[in-house]
Design a protein around this ligand. Structure first.
Ligand SMILES: Cc1ncc(COP(=O)(O)O)c(C=O)c1O
Length: 328
């Protein structure tokens, strides 16, 4: 992807990020704050702002309440932001927001599109500009639990199309609709496969596996549910609640808490589902843990190594010091 096929949504942006964003054909710059306007080194002709509706919306569990979210312009800053962008040479415009995350209720996205149309009308009235696009953000949810109902894409499409139709009737044009459906497209198509290596019986039963939170942070970071299956024991009944844990010195290093699973023995493979989004990409090296390899399962059944596992050399690659020797 190049140029306007890329949208750079930054937050607390550094000068180097702006310079990088403008290189090699540039991108659509989606500015997060009014204070950043004079800090953009080369102001582009096409500009977008991220909008934070504040008390006008409630957000949802993962992204939180918009009033407490660090993203985007406050409502009262929006017109002034576009005015200053025009002063800096902007001639083409877009608007962006992201109010929910992993949301399976399509109505909240319809509400977002309606909200952006209202905002477009308000800014257009004040400044006499047209909007080339609206970006309704990510947040399209996936069913992480077996009993979850999926997002109703057809209903979303029908209601959003109707809103676009109404806008066209009133204004004689429509902006393009962009969305950021990364999780929706990739989340269900990844799995973290790990091996049980220990079983510990204290006040609770712990199944220790050879992966840890450094390879999948979501459960530890915000209590996200990831379904776990034990393929070799698919037909076996639940054998009591267990916590499935990694090896970090953090008590939130748990893939599941009090989960009913079949009786697990050392050596059993556990499949942690729906890790195709916010999995490896959020990985980290705390406690010296190394990030795992990634395998691609092709539709013809073949398997390809698309990322090798990290090694100790990788872990120490950025260190610069001469090794000490202990002289007893
Ligand atoms: C601007 C923006 N778009 C998309 C996403 C990811 O959304 P999703 O969870 O739907 O992939 C984020 C995540 O924080 C984001 O900040």
């Amino acid at each position: 992807a190049r140029g306007e096929e890329i949208m750079f949504t930054s937050n607390n942006t550094a000068r180097e990020d702006f310079l990088e964003a403008a290189r090699d054909g540039g991108c659509i710059l989606n500015l997060d704050d009014i204070s950043l306007l004079p800090k953009v080194p080369e102001f582009p002709e096409l500009i977008c702002f991220r909008y934070n509706p504040g008390p006008r919306r409630t957000g949802n569990a993962i992204i939180g309440n918009p009033v407490e979210a660090k993203y985007g312009l406050a409502h009262h800053q929006v017109i002034e932001a576009y005015r200053q962008a025009i002063d800096r040479g902007a001639r083409r415009f877009g608007i962006h927001t992201m109010v929910v995350s992993n949301e399976r209720n399509y109505r909240s996205m319809v509400q977002t599109v309606a909200m952006l149309f209202d905002l477009i009308a308000e800014v257009s009235r004040a400044l006499g500009i047209r909007f080339e696009f609206m970006n309704m953000g990510g947040g399209l949810g996936i069913p992480y639990r077996p009993e979850d109902t999926p997002l109703d894409l057809s209903a979303l499409a029908a209601e959003v199309t109707a809103l676009f139709g109404r806008f066209r009737e009133k204004n004689g044009y429509v902006p393009r609709l962009y969305m950021e459906s990364g999780r929706f497209m990739t989340g269900p198509h990844g799995a973290l496969v790990t091996t049980a290596i220990n079983r510990k019986e204290i006040y609770r039963t712990y199944i220790g596996v050879d992966a840890c939170m450094s390879a999948l942070m979501r459960p530890g970071m915000y209590g996200a549910y990831h379904h776990i299956s034990v393929p070799a024991k698919r037909s076996q009944p639940p054998a009591g609640p267990v916590d499935v844990v990694g090896s970090l010195c953090e008590n939130n290093d748990k893939f599941a808490i009090q989960r009913e699973l079949p009786a697990i023995a050392d050596g059993d493979l556990l499949v942690i589902h729906d890790t195709g989004a916010h999995g490896h990409a959020m990985g980290f090296n705390y406690n010296g843990r190394l990030r795992p390899q990634e395998l691609l399962l092709r539709s013809d059944g073949s398997v390809e190594l698309i990322r090798r596992a990290e090694t100790l050399e990788d872990l120490f690659a950025t260190l610069r010091f001469a090794a000490d020797r202990l002289q007893p």
